[in-house]
Design a protein around this ligand. Structure first.
Ligand SMILES: [Zn+2]
Ligand SMILES: [Zn+2]
Length: 148
């Protein structure tokens, strides 16, 4: 008997949750739009020492030891190493290792909003040898001009 009495109440709660979910979906979409249009990032295109391919090096690694003091970072024993996005090989940066962009590409990333589809459509240049490229605005990674 008690179950039947609370059944209607549960139904209302269910509808409320549906509405709440709708609102949160809109919030997430707006947040995503805001976060996918930051200042263009700079990703250096570097040829990998190990696999020989060119891709945007988006992260760095430090194989040496260092410690953080109140005056900053001390005791760094190696320069920052840049990580190949294709094989995860880390290598130190060298002078002139960054390849200039020569081929213009347009980002084709699209995402759905309730008002319709939005396109990133950022135009950016990448080296012709790049096997992997990344949009500097939305961060979408796609095969580059030299992808097999
Ligand atoms: Zn590599
Ligand atoms: Zn993009």
């Amino acid at each position: 008997m008690a179950d039947a009495a609370t059944g209607g109440h549960d139904g209302r709660v269910g509808r409320h949750w549906e509405e709440t979910r709708e609102v949160w979906r809109d919030v997430r979409e707006l947040a995503r739009e805001a976060f996918t249009r930051p200042e263009p990032a700079h990703y250096p295109y570097i040829r990998c020492d190990r696999c020989g391919r060119v891709g945007p090096h988006m992260s760095i690694a430090r194989s040496g030891s260092f410690r953080v003091t109140e005056h900053g970072i001390a005791g760094v024993t190696t320069p920052p190493e840049t990580v190949c996005p294709l094989c995860r090989h880390a290598q130190p940066r060298t002078v002139g290792d960054e390849l200039p962009g020569t081929v213009e590409v347009t980002c084709a990333f699209r995402w759905g909003l309730r008002l319709g589809w939005r396109r990133c459509a950022t135009a950016y240049t990448v080296p012709a040898d790049a096997a992997l490229i990344v949009c500097p605005v939305c961060g979408t990674v796609v095969p580059g001009p030299a992808a097999e």
